[in-house]
Design a protein around this ligand. Sequence first.
Ligand code: GRF
Length: 202
Amino acid sequence: ARLVVLVSGSGTNLQALLDAIAADPEGYGARVVAVGADRGAITGLERAERAGLPTFTVRVGDYPSREEWDRALTEAVAAYQPDLVVSAGFMKIVGKAFLERFGGRTVNTHPALLPSFPGAHGVRDALAYGAKVTGCTVHFVDDGVDTGPIIAQGVVEVRDEDDEAALHERIKEVERSLLVEVVGRLARHGYRIEGRKVHVGE
Ligand code: GRF
């Protein structure tokens, strides 16, 4: 399967995918064909360049409207003809044009146990709430914010001494392996989405 990965930051989830594919290029069942971002000068793009991958950057500020940004992002992704789009720390909400083209085959990873703590500060919100466990969720993207059908989740305990950075780092350890496992499974076995249920490989 052809993957396009979208990033906005350090790209450690992207790196985990690249490492898993490099470790078993035949068996993994997918390869990253391009990496896109909503901003420049991020480590995520450097990781892609280091892996010799094509990259693209589509900045909201370069477009007169959000809809035009969304269309430009859609075209930039479509140029690589992905089977699956992986939003790995991509910090923008995609719109109608993107979902028409890639809805149902775009997965996102979120650093909380959805439906708890959706949005851009899931780790901070769980900590502030006093949650005793949190974790990460890999889900299909729909027209909401972190509301699409859940594929897999991983649980992480919250420790009394945690601050946001420490907790997020511990979540990311689980998140990276969960994302690698899910993307490989979807790519190798196929999947069907029925309402909020995701059937993999049946
Ligand atoms: C991940 O925890 C992702 O869930 C969140 O931001 C983090 C991105 O990490 N949205 P990285 O860029 O993959 O290192």
